[in-house]
Design a protein around this ligand. Structure first.
Ligand SMILES: [Zn+2]
Ligand SMILES: [Zn+2]
Length: 126
């Protein structure tokens, strides 16, 4: 089975992910923009059991407008968010696509929250 490893900027916090992701989703919401520092976030969804975590993670829990908290896990040394869980979707973990640092990684198959999509993103793009 394929294994891909996501890591923070300093490499201290690592998540080994077994198998293919369940889905890859691009999100234009403002919370993903704040979390990532990018104009959108890309979440790679896996079953929680497919993840093997090593290193220290700090937890940040934020409320979301759906009424369900989102629990971020980030490296206390360098601050990169490596993965997070939405309490609305128990059993699923979202891993930050950029944390894989792999340009060949499967791309997003959908995008959500178009209402806060940046105006300069190409028209024919997700
Ligand atoms: Zn780090
Ligand atoms: Zn989002």
């Amino acid at each position: 089975m394929i294994e891909r490893v996501a890591a923070c900027a300093c490499g201290q916090l690592r998540v080994a992910c077994q198998g293919e992701p369940k889905s890859v989703s691009l999100c234009h919401c403002l919370e993903c923009q704040r979390r990532s520092g990018s104009p959108f976030g890309v979440a790679v969804f896996y079953a929680v059991e497919a993840l093997e975590v090593s290193g220290e993670a700090t937890v940040y829990r934020r409320p979301s407008d759906t009424g369900f908290d989102v629990v971020h896990r980030f490296c206390p040394a360098c601050g990169s968010t490596v993965w997070w869980e939405a309490t609305r979707k128990p059993g699923l973990a979202a891993v930050a696509l950029g944390a894989f640092a792999d340009p060949a990684f499967p791309g997003p198959t959908q995008s959500v929250r178009a209402e806060t999509r940046h105006h300069w993103l190409p028209e024919d793009w997700l």
